[in-house]
Design a protein around this ligand. Structure first.
Ligand SMILES: Cc1ncc(COP(=O)(O)O)c(C=O)c1O
Length: 383
């Protein structure tokens, strides 16, 4: 019998928590599943109440008000809504966006589209440790800046960004300030008042909720133009019949996260330290990417003389799921834009491998992973 799969890719997605599934099931079965929250009859009203309960739970997790949470189809849509929505209502004739070079593509590609429409983009570059220094924000934000966007936790390296520095630069010129908290939410307190943001994107499937659901926090008084028009759902910020079951699941995942996040983060950071220690002791030419402060679950590394895709393929053969920041497009490996931004060459940036631990990761899985990597590296080097 083959050994069970070891899932070391929680930054890509997490499994549905059984409690979340239990909360969702009634909304996927029987008459309740027919409920459209816009319908005025009893089945519709029940669906509306379920969506509102989930909204309360998500708002509570973020330290936001109920009316400040807009449900979306995920983190990507939340980022798009924040960026396109803020730029669409810019009334001061400002035409510049400031963003870090290491944002997720959900942010970067939205900005690129705006660039094609005549907006200019000022990029804040990270230092070698994977952090955007406060001075970088000061130098790219000015009186032309309409929007500043900064991620909280980086999805490839796990580096925790100095959001306060970006917020201060944005506030100084009265620019809208967006935070992508998709990766930090599972591990860190994400309190929108403390982050001092106008908008904040989060996603369900990174916190053991379902895929295809997320939310955008929109601060009271901050206007964001809807990017989906139609009915008046989500207070006219996002048209379309709500995915009730997914939203209920997201709410359940938010409630669960609040009770266990601190313990999960403590436990996982001990496991990550064990993994790093073991790899450091047994693998020569190991290079770790990104320095503290880091999310507790991500290890990004390269091994001298071993290509990232080779390592990943061999790990997969041994039942270990990991990932790389490099994207595969039209048959070729695109080096990670994050590692490129840190100053690595294309070849070095294509060598990065990301292991991301999750709530369910065990000591045995850590040890098996470290042993497997060591064995694969030795084998590849002998060829
Ligand atoms: C930092 C960050 N932002 C946005 C997203 C997009 O979220 P979703 O997969 O829910 O669209 C991701 C997904 O990996 C992410 O890591």
């Amino acid at each position: 019998m083959s050994a069970p799969v070891i899932y070391m890719d929680s930054a890509a997605s997490t499994p549905l928590d059984p409690e979340v599934l239990d909360a969702m099931l009634p909304w996927l079965t029987n008459t309740a599943s027919a409920g459209n929250p816009s319908s005025i009859h009893s089945v519709g009203r029940a669906a509306r109440a379920a969506v509102d309960t989930a909204r309360e739970l998500v708002a509570d997790l973020l330290g936001a008000d109920f009316s400040e949470v807009t449900f979306t189809s995920g983190g990507t849509e939340a980022d798009n809504l924040a960026i396109f929505g803020a730029c669409a209502v810019e009334s001061r004739n400002r035409r510049s966006i400031a963003a870090s070079a290491i944002e997720h593509h959900a942010v970067l590609n939205a900005i690129h589209l705006l660039q094609e429409r005549g907006w200019s983009v000022a990029t804040a570059h990270p230092d070698k440790t994977g952090h955007i220094p406060p001075s970088a924000w000061e130098s790219v934000v000015n009186s032309e800046t309409a929007l500043v966007t900064c991620m909280h936790g980086n999805n490839e390296l796990g580096t925790i960004q100095d959001v306060a520095a970006a917020a201060a630069a944005a506030k100084a010129v009265e620019a809208t300030f967006h935070v992508d908290a998709v990766q930090s939410l599972p591990w860190l307190e994400v309190n929108v008042r403390l982050l001092q943001c106008d908008t904040c994107a989060i996603s369900g499937h990174k916190i053991y909720g379902p895929k295809g659901v997320g939310a955008l926090y929109i601060k009271q008084g901050c206007t964001v133009a809807p990017q989906l028009v139609g009915g008046s759902q989500e207070r006219e910020k996002r048209a379309g019949t709500e995915n009730v079951a997914a939203i209920v699941g997201f709410g359940a995942a938010a409630r669960l996260l609040k009770t266990r996040r601190l313990d999960d983060a403590r436990r996982v950071s001990i496991l990550r330290a064990r993994l790093i220690e073991s790899m450091t002791n047994t693998i020569s030419g190991l290079q770790l990417h990104g320095e503290d402060p880091l999310l507790p679950n991500i290890v990004n590394f390269a091994v001298q003389g071993v290509e990232g895709p080779t390592l990943l393929m061999n790990l997969d053969r041994e039942g270990i799921c990991a990932s790389s920041g490099a994207a595969c497009s039209s048959g070729s490996i695109e080096p990670s834009h994050v590692l490129r931004a840190l100053g690595f060459t294309n070849t070095e940036a294509a060598a990065g491998v990301r292991l991301s631990l999750g709530r369910g990761t065990t000591v045995e899985e850590i040890d098996r992973t470290a042993t497997a990597i060591t064995r694969i590296v030795e084998r590849v080097r002998q060829r």
